[in-house]
Design a protein around this ligand. Structure first.
Ligand code: PMP
Length: 373
């Protein structure tokens, strides 16, 4: 039965060059990594690894239940308070992933009385959250503050939330946060900024919202993943304490999900402390991103993501394969993962790459792009 149902779908994807395949990493694999999101190179830092191991020994292999039952440990509480104070917010609430953090906050604020105004390029987790929210949703052109102002001004709903990312995950460009905050204040709307690609990268690590002086404002909400710069797993919603209380009571992806694994909590906490103690760490990301963008002749990135447009999906996959064969792992992104429909190589700059590694990576990428174009 499933054969008849799914085989034509698989064939249709294949014919358009859009089939996705899992490639397990081999243990001990030696590649220059420009595809992963371990921006600060902390996933294998002994301090982070040891913190995770110690947490398993102390708390066990799992959180044992949802957060409101037995799944909140002292580690969760510490992580929430340190994330909030590092980023300048009153309070934080940790979820099992960044995806669930977005789903939780948007659905808990959404509903028939809330208009959601979403930038057209936001992450899939925000798109899905909008769909689940039962709100009216207006999708506006990328970074179009006037369109947002118009949607907010013309609404009938008493509440509204504007949904953006600080650094966009595929294009690597930035949101105009000061203007967005002003337009939200003017129209009594909340501003939700996904800083998945800002934490540990922009604002000397504290993110773009903190850098713009917007952290702690009454209408500003931030979500972050703990899986990129903090090298672990999990997500967080940051904002006023009243918002945190609302989420504890209303966010279904928080209430009905098992608490974040204690090992992941401890690893994120250790990584956060390293980031706080070493504020120069993010600088290397920007230097590397600038070198990659210049070498590939593309626009500079606001963060770690350097986006190299390719002629089509097959070329993107082939170029990534050529890079892999020459010791460099890069991402190949195709529809539906690309907001503008343009397939591309997605390079993520990491702190900790040597100058020689970077030179070699640039040579390999340029040769691969030339060969397939
Ligand atoms: N938001 C953005 C912008 C992301 O890039 C990601 C990660 N792919 C997420 C949310 C989801 O975070 P997580 O992987 O922790 O679920």
């Amino acid at each position: 039965m499933l054969e008849d149902w799914l085989a034509p779908k698989a064939a249709a994807l294949e014919s358009r060059g859009l089939t996705r395949r899992l490639r397990p990493r081999a243990a001990g694999e030696v590649l220059i990594d420009l595809a992963g999101n371990d921006y600060l190179g902390l996933a294998r830092d002994p301090r982070v690894v040891e913190a995770a191991v110690a947490a398993v020994r102390e708390w066990g292999a799992g959180a044992t239940a949802s957060r409101l039952v037995t799944g909140t440990t002292a580690l969760h509480a510490e992580l929430e308070s340190e994330l909030a104070s590092y980023t300048g917010h009153e309070a934080g609430l940790v979820f099992s992933s960044g995806y669930l953090a977005n789903l939780g906050v948007v659905t808990a604020l959404g509903g028939p009385g809330t208009l959601l105004v979403s930038d057209e390029h936001v992450h899939a987790s925000i798109v899905d959250a909008c769909r689940l929210s039962r709100s009216r949703v207006e999708v506006v052109p990328h970074n179009d503050v006037d369109a947002i102002g118009k949607a907010l001004a013309e609404r009938n709903e008493p509440q509204a939330v504007v949904l953006v990312e600080s650094v966009y995950s595929v294009l690597g460009d930035a949101a105009p946060l000061a203007e967005l905050s002003a337009v939200c204040s003017e129209h009594r709307a909340a501003l939700l900024v996904d800083e998945a690609h800002g934490l540990g990268v922009t604002g000397a690590g504290r993110g773009s919202v903190a850098a713009a002086g917007l952290a702690g404002l009454d209408h500003v909400i931030v979500t972050m993943t703990l899986s990129k710069s903090l090298a672990s797993q999990g997500g967080v919603v940051l904002g006023p304490a009243l918002l945190r209380e609302h989420l504890v009571n209303r966010a279904r992806p928080f209430i009905f999900d098992t608490g974040l694994n204690p090992a992941a909590c401890a690893a994120a906490l250790a990584a956060l402390r390293i980031l706080a103690d070493e504020p120069n760490r993010p600088e290397a990301i920007h230097t590397t991103a600038a070198r990659l963008a210049t070498a590939c002749g593309v626009a500079p990135s606001a963060g770690a993501v350097v986006s190299v447009p390719m002629p089509g999906p097959r070329e993107a996959v082939r170029a990534a394969e050529l890079c892999f064969e020459n010791g460099v792992r890069v991402g190949s992104f195709r529809p539906p993962s690309v907001p503008d429909g343009i397939s591309r190589l997605r390079l993520t700059a990491h702190a900790g790459l040597s100058s020689d590694e970077l030179d070699h990576a640039c040579e390999v990428i340029i040769a691969a792009v030339r060969e397939v174009s």
